[in-house]
Design a protein around this ligand. Structure first.
Ligand code: SF4
Length: 464
């Protein structure tokens, strides 16, 4: 007699907390994809889970504190906790592992980009469910796996790690040297994302312009054709793919190397968005040298002006540090002049804050906290003036907007973004209710809008 068919035992549940930057988010997506492929379920609460994974950030002190607090909460409410991510790779005082020192009862600790190690730890503490039918990843993006972003945009990580050694940064010690993903794999993932409905692909890494340097721009294959592992070829192929799907490609973390000049025609022709996220951090050559920044010997202002000539619509976003050790008033004013003259469209600024383990701590010349904060505030005042004037110039223009939110099909308006706005970090376009009754707005679709006003970091648009 056949054994009776009984309901399968409930699948083990994993709680997951993802902290940190888009690069950490893509690590979370890989782990969640693997968990799902193996039949684990996720829990939205710590108590409802059999085990909790916390993907941490260890970049600045506030992030460290948030990560340690989250681990503490997960331990208090659940008890079984695996820690992964940048904080997991950080040393504590005296050289041991910081997370283990602060929370000795965690089950396992790994560094970033460690899907297999995390899965090994999960298997050790929460055995894999046995179900031969779950080895397919149930999601819209096929081989691209699970995404934690809204369905219409996604991050595409093209490499891991970084070959630079900026003195304020400990990322290379946590994520290692640059390892570029094979270009065929990257393009395959992009194809799956576009096929699954992604309308905006955000290319990320620690140093996007360095893509392929570690493999000497090795030739890979895509669709049976040879293709170099290099940013230009990647951007061109992604642009062509995006065009076929009516979608956008946006580049983040690009350094101002001469090779980036070649990308500008792709932007000018509309193949990829005329938007560059270039983390300049400073403008004064001496500060850049003390920071050991990539491309610190480049003439950034001249390069930027050339980019603007090659592609007049280009929007440049950047981040800066005010009050780096030894920064003189004159060096700081050089930075203010740079932001004005370079017409940086979107600028963020941190007051320098020492990160444990960073080489900059040994430079000397640490400025008092009030001076660092005061310079940050002065920087932001100038940057906001520049940005506001640039936004004002868009009033009257017609822009293509990707809709992020549109309750009731946009009858009461919605929120979207133009090519000038990356999700989460830039402004938005507030959409008014469409004038035409028949016009609807849908999340993940494009609409045209006439810009009628600028408000702070945002624009207001009339969809039509
Ligand atoms: S380029 Fe500099 S700041 Fe960026 S990850 Fe590499 S070392 Fe850190």
């Amino acid at each position: 007699m056949n054994a009776p068919i009984t309901a399968a035992a409930a699948a083990p549940k994993v709680g997951f907390v993802s902290l940190g930057c888009p690069k950490a988010l893509t690590d979370s997506e890989l782990i969640l994809t693997q968990l799902s492929a193996e039949g684990y379920q996720t829990s939205k609460t710590f108590e409802g889970a059999d085990l909790v994974i916390v993907n941490t950030c260890g970049f600045i002190d506030d992030a460290v504190r948030e990560s340690l607090d989250t681990i503490g909460e997960a331990l208090a409410e659940n008890g079984k906790v695996i820690v992964t991510g940048c904080l997991g790779a950080k040393e504590g005082e005296g050289g041991g592992n910081l997370v283990r020192q602060m929370h000795p009862s965690v089950l396992a600790v790994t560094g970033p980009h460690a899907t297999q190690e995390v899965m090994d730890a999960v298997h050790a503490h929460l055995p894999k469910p046995h179900d031969p039918f779950v080895d397919l990843v149930p999601n819209a993006f096929g081989i691209a796996g699970i995404k934690l972003t809204p369905r219409h945009y996604a991050y595409l990580k093209i490499s891991e790690g970084c070959n630079h050694r900026c003195t304020f940064c400990i990322i290379p010690s946590m994520r290692g040297d640059l390892v570029s993903r094979p270009i065929g794999d990257v393009l395959k993932e992009a194809q799956a994302l576009f096929d699954g409905g992604v309308k905006e692909l955000l290319v990320i890494s620690q140093d996007t312009s360095a893509y392929g340097v570690d493999v000497k721009y090795r030739t890979g294959f895509w669709n049976g054709k040879p293709i170099k592992t290099r940013l230009f070829e990647l951007a061109q192929s992604l642009g062509e793919m995006a065009q076929a799907h009516g979608a956008w490609v946006r580049l983040h973390y690009v350094y101002p190397y001469p090779s980036v000049d070649d990308i500008l025609p792709l932007m000018a022709s509309g193949l990829i968005l005329p938007y560059l996220d270039v983390p300049f951090q400073h403008s004064h050559p001496d500060v850049l040298k003390r920071m050991k920044r990539p491309a610190s010997g480049e003439k950034n202002m001249e390069r930027l002006l050339r980019w603007r000539e090659a592609c007049p619509d280009i929007v440049v976003r950047s981040t800066f540090i005010a009050g780096f050790p030894g920064e003189t008033e004159a060096e700081f004013e050089h930075l203010l002049d740079f932001v004005r003259e370079a017409q940086i469209d979107r600028a963020g600024c941190f007051a320098y804050s020492p990160v444990a383990g960073a080489a900059a701590n040994d430079i000397g010349g640490m400025l008092p906290q009030e001076v660092r904060e005061e310079r940050r505030a002065r920087f932001m005042a100038v940057a906001e003036q520049v940005s506001a004037a640039k936004l004002q110039k868009r009033v009257g223009a017609t822009l293509q907007i990707l809709v992020d939110s549109a309750p009731g099909l946009g009858k009461k308006g919605g929120v979207g973004r133009s090519y000038a706005d990356a999700p989460e970090i830039d402004g938005v376009v507030k959409l008014l209710p469409p004038e035409k009754i028949s016009k609807t707005l849908r999340v993940g679709e494009f609409t045209k809008a006439r810009i009628v006003a600028a408000q702070g970091h945002d624009l207001v648009g009339q969809p039509f």
